[in-house]
Design a binder for this molecule. Structure first.
Ligand SMILES: [Zn+2]
Ligand SMILES: [Zn+2]
Ligand SMILES: [Zn+2]
Length: 89
């Protein structure tokens, strides 16, 4: 990582990319999403805080997985929930 925003982001050596460009949880409940984020602990791709269901944030809180990456084309950044830290790569 070019910038080490926190220890969680600093510990990431290889990025997890979305397997499918859809929110895993929204698909199950036939909901809409705005942007997608990929959990860097388990690789789940979930929706952002602009989306009605905010699955990425819910996942971070329930699972304790700290870091997400944007799954949007052209966006290259990571975000850590516990540290509220943001890093571009
Ligand atoms: Zn962190
Ligand atoms: Zn969702
Ligand atoms: Zn996860």
């Amino acid at each position: 990582m070019a910038q080490e925003a926190c220890s969680h982001i600093g510990a990431i050596t290889s990025l997890k990319h979305p397997k499918r460009r859809e929110c895993e949880e929204c698909v199950k409940i036939d909901a809409q999403w705005v942007h997608l984020r990929t959990c860097q602990t388990c690789g789940a791709t979930l929706c952002c805080d602009d989306s009605p269901n905010r699955h990425a944030t819910k996942h971070a809180h329930t699972s304790g997985h700290p870091v997400i990456a944007s799954a949007e084309a052209g966006e290259r950044w990571l975000y850590c929930y516990p540290d509220d830290a943001f890093a571009e790569y």
